[in-house]
Design a protein around this ligand. Structure first.
Ligand code: MSP
Length: 512
């Protein structure tokens, strides 16, 4: 079995500083990267910034800055955000790096040599904000301007010499590819949208621009820069040192296992990207998952709408793990979601402080008092003990399935159920009334500690730094977290000295 796993976030436009939508893509990708890692995979996790094109050039001009200096500045805010979000990424790629240009030009040369690219003239609509070409049927008149129907962003008329990629030739082969790889696009509803778009007919795609110069040059014609999406998508290869196909990174990690993206950029990833790759005889990625948007009110968050939620402010107020937990649990993955202060606070109070934090605190405090802060000797498990411990081995295969199918909500719902169950077990067993039956009391402590250990391993990809504090209590370091062991009901050994645990989550007091 191939134990390598390559996962990517979209690379972000450094046209303005990051917002909650960007943080969402990154946090979800980090969740999967960590989940796969503890399942024994050798994970490569990539993120970065998409720095070329007219959108960035114009944003730099507005600030009267050189585009590269402009990108240096804003790309750094994205890199800093990766740290703030505690991402476990292995690399942060910038498309202005020479390693990337080399890779893009190589892909271009292959496509050109294979006759997949030809010179002609483009006349049609273009949205700089989306960096996308739109046909007449995809735009509408709104507030006196022409706008793309799907995104609502303004389009402008472009007429210029351009290279084209023979996308129309790939229509049938793409359909065949989707048929053979039914899980290539998820979720299912998005897949259907893509397939019907492809079936409605693909036109050749303009893949170069001549009227501005902020981009990677077409190798054979320096008057043209390569279309920013062909440039940007290739980041997934250049980070693996493509075109050096004998490079270990490339050999181990291509094709990518999962491109995690927002639904707005599905067409680029699920149509153009596999078409470019198939045309260049490179294997397409295994999966593209299009998640929903984090809405501000009912609208997508964006700079032009002025409705940005700043992840840094939320993290400052509530902490990172609560935000990660909220986005992973409260947003139905694949659909749009909303973030409100009220819901976030209630999540912190009921799930994190009451349910998880309290379980850890009360069991450890009891253990401190009654078994000298070490794992006690246990008796044979009774039916109650077995029933609750066995939930993990019973659901192990399902949990692996959820991880492989990106069933984020099923995964976290299992955790929430187990937290309730563990609290209930501790209450119902009433170990404080068993002081005369020391062995039974110790067995309850033992089972409760095991439950905390198991559920904390499952929580690690969701709230890594809080989980690590709890795992430290058991002497488990980050690189020793092993998903397999959640099936083992007697992992903890008698006499193991337990570490101390500070308060994990403080309840938010309501001032009403
Ligand atoms: N640069 C391109 C991606 C190139 S990938 C080869 C791009 N950048 S972006 O900065 O505009 O968006 C990056 C990601 O953030 C996209 O997946 C997009 O869906 C996501 N989000 C931007 N706003 C969002 C929300 N409000 N909610 C959730 N995600 C959204 O597109």
């Amino acid at each position: 079995m191939n134990k390598n796993y390559y996962i990517t976030t979209p690379i972000y436009y450094p046209s303005a500083k990051p917002h909650m939508g960007h943080a969402y893509s990154s946090i979800i990708a980090d969740f999967f990267a960590r989940l796969k890692k503890i399942q024994g995979f050798n994970v490569y996790f990539l993120t970065g910034t998409d720095e070329h094109g007219q959108k960035i050039q114009r944003a730099a001009e507005e600030k009267k800055m050189d585009p590269l200096l402009f990108c240096d500045e804003i790309s750094k805010t994205f890199r800093d955000l990766s740290d703030t979000l505690n991402l476990s990424n292995n690399d942060f790629i910038r498309t202005t790096e020479p390693r990337h240009a080399k890779s893009v030009q190589n892909l271009w040369n292959i496509l050109e040599k294979k006759g997949e690219i030809y010179l002609s003239k483009y006349s049609g609509w273009y949205s700089v904000s989306d960096e996308a070409f739109y046909s007449e049927s995809e735009i509408e008149d709104s507030d006196g301007a022409k706008k793309a129907i799907t995104s609502g962003s303004k389009v402008e008329w472009v007429e210029e010499e351009s290279y084209f990629f023979r996308l129309s030739n790939w229509q049938d082969k793409l359909i065949e590819f989707y048929d053979k790889n039914p899980d290539f696009i998820l979720p299912e509803t998005r897949k259907n949208e893509v397939i019907s778009f492809v079936k409605s007919g693909l036109k050749d795609l303009s893949v170069s621009r001549k009227s501005f110069n902020w981009g990677i040059k077409v190798p054979s014609n320096k008057d043209h820069v390569i279309y920013v999406w062909l440039d940007a998508l290739t980041n997934y290869l250049s980070a693996l040192n493509y075109p050096n196909e004998s490079d270990n990174l490339y050999k181990s990690f291509w094709p990518a296992d999962l491109h995690l993206i927002g639904k707005d950029i599905l067409r680029f990833h699920a149509i153009y990207w596999p078409a470019f790759l198939l045309a260049a005889d490179i294997n397409p990625p295994k999966r593209v998952f299009g998640h929903g948007w984090i809405l501000s009110g009912d609208e997508k968050m964006s700079k032009s709408k002025g409705n940005i939620l700043d992840p840094l402010e939320i993290i400052d107020t509530y902490g990172l793990d609560p935000l990660r937990y909220y986005l992973i649990k409260e947003v139905s993955f694949g659909n749009d979601g909303n973030i409100s202060q009220e819901k976030l606070e209630s999540c912190i109070n009921s799930d994190l402080a009451n349910n998880y934090g309290n379980l850890c605190q009360r069991v450890l405090a009891f253990c401190d008092k009654n078994s000298n802060f070490e794992v006690p000797e246990k008796n044979t498990f009774n039916e109650d003990d077995k029933l609750i411990l066995d939930q993990y081995s019973k659901h192990y295969e399902n949990l692996i399935k959820y991880s492989n199918n990106q069933d984020v909500n099923l995964y976290i719902n299992f955790i929430v159920d187990q937290l309730f169950a563990a609290n209930k077990y501790f209450n119902d067993q009433e170990p404080w009334k068993k002081k005369n039956d020391k062995l039974r009391m110790n067995t309850i402590i033992y089972v409760s500690l095991e439950l905390i250990r198991k559920v904390t391993i499952l929580l690690y990809p969701v709230i890594p730094s809080s989980s690590l504090k709890v795992l430290e209590v058991f002497g488990i370091k980050e690189d020793k977290i092993d998903f397999e062991t959640i099936r083992n009901n007697t992992y903890l050994s008698k006499g193991l000295k337990l570490g101390k645990l500070d308060i994990l989550f403080r309840k938010i007091e309501k001032n009403d």
